[in-house]
Design a protein around this ligand. Structure first.
Ligand SMILES: Nc1ncnc2c1ncn2[C@@H]1O[C@H](COP(=O)(O)OP(=O)(O)OP(=O)(O)O)[C@@H](O)[C@H]1O
Ligand SMILES: [Mg+2]
Length: 372
């Protein structure tokens, strides 16, 4: 029996729990040509939600082009990705025959190199093209979507939007002007680095400010997650008592990825019926399996940051600037404390969710607590 839990990459189908309100909010707006920005801390399920919503609206006849800004080296790669995705889009008309390729290329002002693998073309644009040419590809793809939007809903999804700045400083402004020019296309951007998203979309001075609805993903409610764990255990032909599912959610939550990770370990170690001992063993394994990685992350930190992290693992606090906390971590001034704490938050090692500063990963926190 394969393990019925999944973590580390986007989930679909039966692996996807809850989020009904968010799905509805997103699919309605995609269908109605309204821009949306989806924000959450990492591993809350943005990409899973985007994929699911895209699938739904595609099923209802919309055309959806999805790209990601993560790991994209330069503007040429980004423009190539846009081309490939619009060509391939289910609601588009080009991918159906090889003969449509010249027709498709007529719509793009620059000429990419095309190679065929059977009927499937691969487009490539070279970094030697001028920035203006590469930007024109993004505009042309948007234009194509705008034209399609006269007959059906048209959506452009840009995941990991915080990384567009690394691709090109002008990209946010370009998206802003395209979204203004083509109000019938729904532009959906998603990102996890709150401060960058703030700077790009949410602040009053941000290039994309005020042009979208913000959908902030919070944790999936504990009960919903717990019921989901029980259902998945049944699918994996094991029995998980509700009280133990609650305990898994409590130990690993609130991040859905962390919950599925613990559930995965527990399922793997358990017999037919999952017991309290299996949950403890699962937790120990989860901590052990990440311990090399955590040791490496810990060693890479400055001494002051290590003390702050360790202290927050032992005792999460709403007042990290208080005298008590600073004394505990041997940091004299609030300024120095800020210099140690801010990078930890930016690297997502510490999360201030709900006003309490704590070590984000329950496994890293447990590893730190076990240290002298
Ligand atoms: N709706 C959900 N139901 C169950 N598990 C979920 C759900 N959403 C996310 N997860 C869990 O979180 C993991 C990460 O999901 P996903 O990649 O969609 O998150 P993300 O917010 O896009 O992450 P990142 O910030 O790394 O891009 C999944 O592998 C799964 O374990
Ligand atoms: Mg993602």
């Amino acid at each position: 029996m394969p393990n019925p839990y999944h973590y580390g990459s986007p989930v679909t189908g039966d692996q996807f729990a809850g989020r009904h309100t968010e799905q509805r909010a997103l699919t309605d707006r995609m269908r109605d040509g309204i821009n949306v920005v989806v924000v959450s801390p990492r591993r809350y399920g943005k990409t899973s939600l985007l994929n699911r919503a895209a699938e739904r609206v595609e099923g209802a006849g919309a055309v959806v082009v999805s790209v990601t800004a993560m790991g994209v080296a330069d503007m040429a790669s980004f423009a190539t990705q846009m081309l490939a995705q619009v060509y391939r889009a289910k609601g588009g008309k080009w991918h159906r025959t090889k003969q449509a390729v010249p027709e498709f290329l007529k719509r793009i002002r620059v000429t990419p190199t095309v190679t065929f693998d059977g009927d499937h073309p691969t487009f490539s644009l070279t970094p030697s093209m001028t920035p203006a040419d590469l930007h024109s590809v993004v505009s042309d793809v948007y234009e194509l979507l705008a034209e399609l939007s006269e007959r059906k809903p048209a959506v452009l999804v840009v995941d990991e939007f915080q990384d567009v700045l690394g691709i090109g400083a002008h990209l946010p402004a370009l998206f802003k002007s395209l979204a203004d020019r083509h109000p019938t296309v729904s532009l959906v951007v998603a990102g996890s680095k709150r401060h960058v998203m703030q700077q790009l979309v949410l602040d009053e001075a941000a290039p994309l400010y005020g042009m979208s609805t913000t959908l902030a993903l919070s944790a999936i409610p504990a009960e919903e997650m717990s019921d989901f764990l029980v259902r998945r255990a049944i699918a994996g032909e094991k029995e998980l008592p509700v009280a133990l599912a609650d305990r898994i959610v409590e130990m690993a939550g609130p991040v859905p990825n962390d919950i599925q990770y613990l559930a995965y370990e527990v399922y793997g170690t358990a017999g037919q019926t999952i017991t309290a001992r299996d949950v403890d063993t699962g937790m120990r394994l989860a901590v052990e399996h990440e311990s090399d990685f955590n040791a490496w992350r810990f060693d890479a930190l400055a001494a002051g940051q290590r003390r702050v992290l360790k202290q927050l693992a032992d005792l999460p606090t709403a007042q990290p600037y208080s005298d008590d906390f600073r004394q505990a971590v041997h940091v004299r001034s609030p300024g120095s404390l800020r210099n140690a704490l801010n990078p930890l938050v930016e690297q997502d090692l510490v999360s201030p969710a709900g006003g309490t500063y704590r070590v984000t990963s329950p496994y890293f926190a447990a590893w730190l607590r076990a240290r002298p």
